[in-house]
Write a protein that binds this ligand. Sequence first.
Ligand SMILES: CC(C)(COP(=O)(O)OP(=O)(O)OC[C@H]1O[C@@H](n2cnc3c(N)ncnc32)[C@H](O)[C@@H]1OP(=O)(O)O)[C@@H](O)C(=O)NCCC(=O)NCCS
Length: 179
Amino acid sequence: MKTNKLPIVQLRELILEDVEDRYQWCLDKELTEHLNMPKKYPPFSREETRNWIEMCMNKTNGYEQKAILTEEGKHIGWVDLKNIDKLNKHAELGIAIGDKNYWGKGFGLAAMKEMLLWGFNELELNKIWLRVEVDNEKAIKSYQRAGYIEEGILRQDRLRNGEFVDRLRMSILKKDFFK
Ligand SMILES: CC(C)(COP(=O)(O)OP(=O)(O)OC[C@H]1O[C@@H](n2cnc3c(N)ncnc32)[C@H](O)[C@@H]1OP(=O)(O)O)[C@@H](O)C(=O)NCCC(=O)NCCS
């Protein structure tokens, strides 16, 4: 990962107190524009948000989703691994810095690095991949900086506001992350 000194972040398991932040963040259309969410506003009610967080806490939805905290303990976003393929040792990553005051300062990269470390070391994965909409330039730049390589284009992979958009599939291998 080619970066200057990154801010310090911590990842922790989700708790019910995260519901309100998550609900509020998802009211922001700029944040959710490129996230895989239903076409309604708000995308999730408080109750739906709570149900989701409970499923993550109880590990009943196949997600390993964690809260991103600053060094001071402020809750600023989430990062997850899903589609965990234990046989082939890979999983799909998703990330959002929900508090926009923390965009463009290296917090996404710092959280990415922590999740990659956890996925490669604790889940013993060999590859971590993701899908990103081709017009999500900010995210693509961040992933390239983290060392992700393009695997190819997934054609018309997301139905966004009634229109199909292509997604780029990118991945990082364990051997390259630790190089
Ligand atoms: C994608 C997302 C997670 C990236 O998070 P981020 O914290 O903004 O991104 P980064 O950590 O890569 O920050 C990089 C920026 O911080 C700057 N920066 C400041 N200090 C830095 C440091 N120490 N190290 C690296 N970059 C630093 C970089 O110069 C860069 O700025 P630039 O984009 O103007 O060149 C965030 O924009 C987001 O949540 N977007 C909405 C949800 C979303 O689209 N998720 C992805 C779906 S696939």
